[in-house]
Design a protein around this ligand. Sequence first.
Ligand code: FES
Length: 90
Amino acid sequence: MSDSRPCPIIARRSAYVLDLAPGRYLWCACGRSNTQPFCDGSHDGSGMQPMAFEVTRRSGTQWLCGCKHTRHAPHCDGFHNRLPPPEGGG
Ligand code: FES
């Protein structure tokens, strides 16, 4: 059985470590946004949607996934360390 879900683009191979003000945010799940790690609407037509999350006063520093392959979106779970190397080396 194959997985037909759309595959996100790897925005970067590490977390975005941010101190965010309390509020609601949209984490980019597709990797296409130019305002990483947040959605800018570039997912349109990709079949993917951003993930809404809320930061409370007590949330503290956020480690947001940059590779878009985390199993605990929108937060980094270290999965970027298991991704194959980029094509062309690196
Ligand atoms: Fe990536 Fe919206 S731009 S989810």
